[in-house]
Design a protein around this ligand. Structure first.
Ligand code: SAH
Length: 232
């Protein structure tokens, strides 16, 4: 489980500003930022983030910053990806024998989904912008990652494939979306940014054995908005 299931061709290994040394520096920054889970750090060290942005931005891919991916959207900051992934793993996502199922809303570049898939998680991801999803699917294919994806408004979740052991929402809404919480398995965890365009909070919801929901606020974050409808 420690070795991400990735097919790494020469371009994925990187040179210069995308080299292993540059990636290791990002891992150090994430540690300084309080990320402790070695499985998460290892996945971030291995998944080539520079292949999830435009070539012109590749030299900045290992900075701890969000970057534009077109259509007014961004690839999330590595610290945020690490924190969200760590929150899932804290709930024993990798410890129970069977592959665990995670739903991601907002595929974007595909980077967060790739990190989850590299950890051995069964990933289902939904994106409303068709063009972004097409590019992300190419990335999954060329890295040999098995990710299920669909072009849709993710606010409805993906009920046919649920319930999910984990749900990550990677775009912000003013309030938690009930349809998504409803697709959370018992013992499952949902992580989502909640709030308007200024201040958002990363929130964790846990579905307890008795069906009740426990909420914890994790950190202030900045995400693009969760929007309705689909674009081609
Ligand atoms: N997880 C992405 C982050 C992308 S930014 C990554 O790792 O790169 C958020 C994404 O959410 C954008 O691509 C945006 O188009 C998408 N999005 C916003 N509202 C959505 C909705 N209702 N359903 C599905 N995707 C949505």
């Amino acid at each position: 489980m420690m070795t991400p299931r990735l097919r790494l061709q020469p371009e994925a290994l990187g040179v210069g500003m995308t080299s292993q040394r540059v990636r290791d520096r990002l891992i150090e920054r994430l540690r300084e930022g309080g990320i402790r889970d070695e499985r998460v750090l290892n996945a971030i060290r291995t998944v080539p983030r520079h292949l999830f942005v435009d070539e012109a931005l590749a030299t900045r891919a290992y900075e701890d910053t969000a970057l534009p991916i077109g259509h007014g959207q961004t690839i999330s900051q590595p610290w945020v990806v690490a924190r969200m992934t760590e929150t899932l793993l804290e709930q024993g996502m990798l410890e129970q024998g069977r592959p665990r199922k995670v739903l991601e809303i907002g595929t974007g570049s595909g980077y967060q989904a790739a990190i989850l898939a590299a950890l051995g998680i069964e990933v289902h991801t939904v994106e409303r912008i068709g063009e972004l999803l097409r590019v992300a699917r190419k990335r999954f294919r060329s890295l040999g990652l098995n990710v299920r994806s669909k072009h849709d408004d993710g606010r409805a979740g993906w009920a046919e494939n649920g319930p999910f052991d984990g749900i990550l929402v990677t775009a912000a809404a003013p309030a938690l979306v009930d349809a998504l919480t409803a697709q959370l398995a018992v013992g499952g965890v949902l992580v989502a940014p909640v709030g308007g365009s200024g201040a958002q909070t990363l929130v964790r919801l846990l579905r307890r054995e008795d069906g009740g929901i426990e909420r914890t606020d994790l950190a202030p974050v900045v995400f693009v908005p969760l929007l309705s409808g689909v674009l081609g």
